[in-house]
Design a protein around this ligand. Sequence first.
Ligand code: ATP
Ligand code: MG
Length: 513
Amino acid sequence: MNSPDASPATPAAVPRIIPRAEHTISRSHISPNALRVLYRLKDAGYQGFLVGGCVRDLLLGLEPKDFDVATDALPEEVRKLFRNCRLVGRRFRLAHVFFGREIIEVATFRAATAPSPGEEPPEDPDAEDDELPGLDDEGQPDSPEDDEPNGNIDPDYVPPAPAGRGRGRRDRYDPEEDETHRAVDPSGRILRDNVYGTIDQDVWRRDFTANSLYYNIADFSIWDYVDGVADVRAHTLRLIGDPETRFREDPVRMLRAARFEAKLGFTIEPATAAQIGPLRQLLAGVPPARLFDETLKLFLTGHGERSFDALRRRGLLAMLLPTVDAYFTGHPGSLVEKLLRQGLVNTDGRVQADKPVTPTFLFALLLYGPIAGIIEALPPERWHETSTIIDACDKAIRQAQAHITIPKRFSLGVHEMFALQPRLEHPRGRRALRTLEHPRFRAGYDLLLLRAQFGLAPAEMAQWWTRLQEVSPEERGRMADALSTQSAPPGGSGSRRGGRRRRRRPRAAGPAA
Ligand code: ATP
Ligand code: MG
């Protein structure tokens, strides 16, 4: 059995079979649609297993995000069994079985052979670098409607699908999609890996022991090749096989380790954790769009604040968003860090309440420090010019994009949110009412609230905008008119503003440590 400091988990030739009486997974906690798929596979004479995060979560008493099925049926055979089924993946085929909005993904067991050193990379490693879902070739939104109409409420934003497995979308960062056999690059990264296999081979291509459990529909037992049940019970995250090799094969597993640490509160066992420091540089070789996907999973699935801590503790934020990491290293305990944390806490709350969240707001939070740092390096008299703020956003986004893709619709949103800040801090008469109609008003206002909470913007202005939204149109007009005739907003501290020509506060753009 694995113990926290045991040697690497090597899959056994035969599984330990944990009968129904000895585990807690009940069919009443499994999606009825997943059960339908499993039973139909079984009735047709195939093997049918739940696999991956859903088995782990069921054992932990958590509600799984989705249910994935593994089978010995080939994709074409799966398709014949279900009318509501589509094969996805250009090269490697996965079956998606549709039940209204729920999709059950059915994957045929796959073999992953041990990487042989020196194997050549594929002809075109950039071929992986396809467009993101919802974006055209230029990285532009498919349509203007794609944009968030309500600030941080983005009805079109689909939470990231499980790694490399698109939910009804093509995800080209999935090495599994390549139909040729496994290839690794000189650092050991898997570039191609795709041969159908048996369940005992399928275990090898999974990352952590906790993610490698198979729930068998034939007798409701769990098949465990890697002592994964013990690790789940011990809340231990352990890579299958030799950690260095497995991280080299796919450096994203380091980010996944941090994500599961944050999401599940698991402890990364020492041999696995010890490799992250020396190998984290390999993340530089991961396609930037895949890092974007992983970033969303880290920060927009309900445990963003804990992900931030895990990434910093493991030195991974420095690989993902070096300028963000550098800002916080240079400004420990800063107001900007407090703002980011509060923003992440708010976002986690929205996810938990099933409210939509958007990458635009997330990137505004993450890049707040770098943007502030760029502005603060300029002479103070330029801090409040909109052009200064726009230029700083541009620069901060460009620096981040050297590492991770930020699709244009989100980077534009970040610009707009920051460009709105001076207008929100210094509304001018009836123009303020037009600001209310700005498509990014809601997000800009939410950022203003956060800034005000930490003394980075005048609290009375945040209150003024809050009130403006609550009152009747007539009262709004009066509030706006009152602004034109007053040197300070109602309820504001007039002393901050020196007469009609308002003096700008030195922190209008939000910087300050
Ligand atoms: P979540 O709760 O976030 O969905 P998960 O464990 O289900 O967690 P997914 O990204 O949905 O994670 O992937 C499903 C399964 O596929 C994992 O449990 C794991 O077995 C396997 N897997 C996914 N990504 C990788 C990877 N990069 N390397 C190895 N195995 C992976
Ligand atoms: Mg999953």
